[in-house]
Design a protein around this ligand. Structure first.
Ligand code: PMT
Length: 405
């Protein structure tokens, strides 16, 4: 009974996969969950409220009012009641309405009032799923902190084959179980994460920077917050977005600003994970006016070293604090990473190499090795940055020092 006592709002929209909602209801209830079904008008064309209410032992919520007696169904109450909302199946229309706040039915109003984590299991034809508008709406949902249970690839109701089939109910239940199992692992822990690039100003219009998008660091922040930690995310200039009530984002621009912010907060932290691509050097002088072009002479820039944030934190690290760094390499990967691990007094280092396909800047994937303080190396395959973040957080949790208990 892994879901004993968990209150789940199950949203059902108008897809042929709605028939699987009956099995999903049963599977959730069998694991001990209390399920409240909320259905869209189109959902009722595919599965009847009678089936769902018989399985959940509750009236199905589908309308704002009960027509004959005017009873008001409060989406706000449902938003407060639930431990989790699961929308399965989620059609392209409902995903679009959720992404853009079009609250014209009970399911979307409930979604907009939801205080609990939201999981979305899309179901649609392969071309609809691949369409940039669907993908942009899914990206929006992800940026709101919702989790997408990716559809499977296989035979579709249209008789075509491809990605769009709603994930099987048992697999969805496993995702929900894993969520509840993992979510308290970092409760009461304070975690500092650095992310993104730094910009080192040359003049009012130019800077020295790098290609970091912040995706790796933001994924780490999300995973830590999902597991119950209070996160301070110190980010250089990026487009990435993250929304979680336990993530406090502090935007900085230069390495000096990132250093000041990290040094200020680190003493109150249990863990720091440093994924930012910090510029090692900055211009020795900032030109107040735009540097002018001189066709006759080459321009020589004088650079001076920036503070090494990781090494500085390594110096003030207490016994009960855990410090994890990254190494971005292009050659002699292992020995360079091991050198940084020792020099910066880290507990472990995450190595990623630009020579590996699927690893590094801007991609949604990464390929890492984790090198422990004793030199032990664990290699991981290419995974999404969210999954990579899970692996890193697992390493934090199992760090032999026992610092995070
Ligand atoms: O942001 P994305 O587009 O998702 O890309 C992710 C990433 C490639 C930037 C990320 O996975 C990564 O590798 N981050 C570390 C990049 C880096 O600067 O590595 P480094 O080997 O130069 O630095 C070693 C460690 O020291 C890092 O933890 C770095 O944050 C830290 N450092 C470096 C220089 C400095 N002045 N201060 C530091 O704290």
């Amino acid at each position: 009974m892994t879901l004993q006592g968990k209150k789940i709002v199950l949203g059902i929209t108008g897809s042929i996969a709605a028939y699987k909602a009956a099995y999903l209801c049963r599977a959730l209830i069998k694991k001990g969950a209390e399920v409240q079904a909320v259905i869209t008008p189109a959902g009722k064309e595919f599965i009847t409220p009678v089936t769902l209410s018989a399985l959940t032992h509750k009236p199905v919520v589908g309308e704002f009012f009960t027509a004959n007696d005017g009873t008001w169904h409060s989406h706000v109450d449902l938003g407060l009641w639930a431990d989790l909302m699961l929308i399965a199946p989620a059609t392209a229309t409902s995903i679009g309405k959720m992404a853009n706040g079009i609250a014209d039915n009970m399911l979307v109003t409930t979604y907009l009032s939801m205080k609990a984590p939201v999981f979305v299991a899309p179901a649609m034809d392969l071309d609809m799923y691949a369409h940039p508008s669907t993908q942009a709406n899914l990206d929006k949902l992800k940026s709101y902190g919702n989790r997408i249970i990716e559809p499977a690839t296989g035979f579709l109701a249209s008789a075509l084959e491809g990605k769009g089939r709603m994930e099987e109910p048992d697999a969805i239940v496993e995702v929900i179980e894993a969520f509840f199992e993992n979510r308290n692992q970092l409760t009461k822990k304070k975690i500092l994460i650095t992310a993104g690039p730094t910009y080192e100003k040359l003049d009012p219009v130019r800077y020295i920077g790098n290609y970091s998008s912040g995706k790796m660091g933001f994924a780490l922040a999300e995973v830590c917050a999902e597991k119950g930690a209070d996160v301070i995310l110190v980010s250089g200039p990026v487009q990435s977005k993250v929304h979680h009530p336990r993530i406090r984002r502090i935007d900085v621009e230069s390495a000096d600003e990132m250093y000041e912010t990290a040094m200020k907060h680190f003493p109150q932290m249990n863990v720091a994970i440093l994924s930012a691509a910090v510029a090692d050097y900055k211009p020795a002088q900032f030109s107040v006016n735009k540097l002018k072009r001189n066709d006759k002479e080459a321009l020589t820039l004088n650079l001076v070293a920036n503070p090494d944030i990781a090494a500085s934190l390594g110096k003030i690290k207490r016994e009960n604090q855990l410090l994890c760094g990254f190494a971005l390499e292009t050659e002699n990967e292992f020995s360079n990473a091991e050198g940084k691990l020792k020099k910066k007094n880290l507990d472990f280092i995450v190595l990623n190499s630009l020579r590996d396909e699927g690893a590094g800047f801007q991609l949604d994937t990464n390929k890492i090795s984790i090198i422990a303080a004793n030199g032990e190396k664990t290699d991981f395959p290419v995974k999404s940055k969210k999954e990579v973040a899970e692996d890193i957080v697992n390493a934090v949790l199992s760090c032999q020092t026992g610092k995070v208990d």
